[in-house]
Design a protein. Structure first.
Length: 276
């Protein structure tokens, strides 16, 4: 489903947000004047160079850190403390080795002081949807990296939040596992249509998953462009071979080339690799 057919209701509004960190070495200007609306049920990916503030923006939305200036609202409520009605998935799965797969998923329930018995079956259903129904009693050490990350996604979703924040969740995985995780995530998203804020370094991944792709500049991070992705859903890997997919990827790549983050010359004038 493209943004053109999506019910347009803003879930998150970011207005004139900046973030400056104070350190022993001085101030670090991480983000500068961010204005953004996330629509209810939208899948938004954020692309940008390392250090541009992608993860900082995610942490601001979660309420785990405050903005220096500006406001962030979720469902018209100003975020002034950690926002609880969401799920977060990080690059590292952060599973507890001494807990079973099921108990790792239910850790979210325990932390939130929800009734465990009400969430056992939803947890099992989530594990089944990601192909782990036979591993509920297994321990993290018995799982592959992709399986562990599937568990962390289930843990983020077990309390059925409307918003999912994902900070390079597939960055540590091999290419084949990463493709499969993308397919798994889209299948789950197609069924629930949660709002997803997805941080990635991968241009093809961003195009494949998203309704829109937000491109950020180097620090201090600013929005360079927000590009709608008008590709049919559900999406399959064969979509990456289409001219439309290639055109979106090329445009995003050119944006980074214009900013100097991608240099195609392999040898400089003195015969040495250029410094990027």
């Amino acid at each position: 489903m493209s943004m053109g057919t999506m019910k347009i209701v803003s879930l998150i509004k970011i207005s004139n947000v900046t973030k400056i960190y104070s350190t022993v070495e001085g101030e670090t200007h991480a983000l500068d004047t961010i204005d953004l609306d996330l629509k209810e049920g939208e899948f938004l990916s954020v692309l940008g160079p390392s250090g541009c503030g992608k993860s900082t923006l995610l942490m601001l939305i979660s309420g785990l850190i405050p903005p220096t200036t500006g406001t962030i609202t979720i469902s018209d409520k100003k975020i002034q403390k950690p926002y609880t009605d969401l799920g977060i998935v990080f690059q590292q799965d952060v599973l507890l080795d001494w807990r079973s797969v099921l108990d790792n998923v239910l850790l979210q329930v325990e932390i939130r002081r929800l009734k465990r018995s009400d969430h056992v079956q939803p947890a099992m259903d989530l594990l089944e949807r990601v192909g782990l129904s036979g591993f509920a009693k297994s321990y993290p050490r018995e799982l592959s990296g992709g399986m562990r990350q599937r568990v962390s996604i289930c843990r983020a979703l077990v309390h059925n939040p409307p918003l999912l924040l994902m900070d390079e969740p597939f960055g540590a995985l091999d290419a084949l596992t990463r493709d499969q995780m993308g397919l798994d995530l889209l299948r789950m998203w197609d069924q629930s249509r949660k709002t997803v804020f997805f941080v990635t370094h991968s241009i093809p991944e961003a195009v494949f998953l998203s309704d829109r792709v937000l491109v950020m500049s180097a620090r201090p991070g600013r929005i360079v462009e927000i590009m709608p992705i008008d590709l049919p859903r559900p999406r399959y890997l064969s979509l990456r071979d289409t001219p439309e997919f290639t055109a979106y990827s090329r445009h995003l790549r050119e944006l980074f080339q214009e900013q100097g983050f991608l240099v195609e010359d392999t040898v400089s004038q003195v015969g040495m690799p250029p410094t990027v």
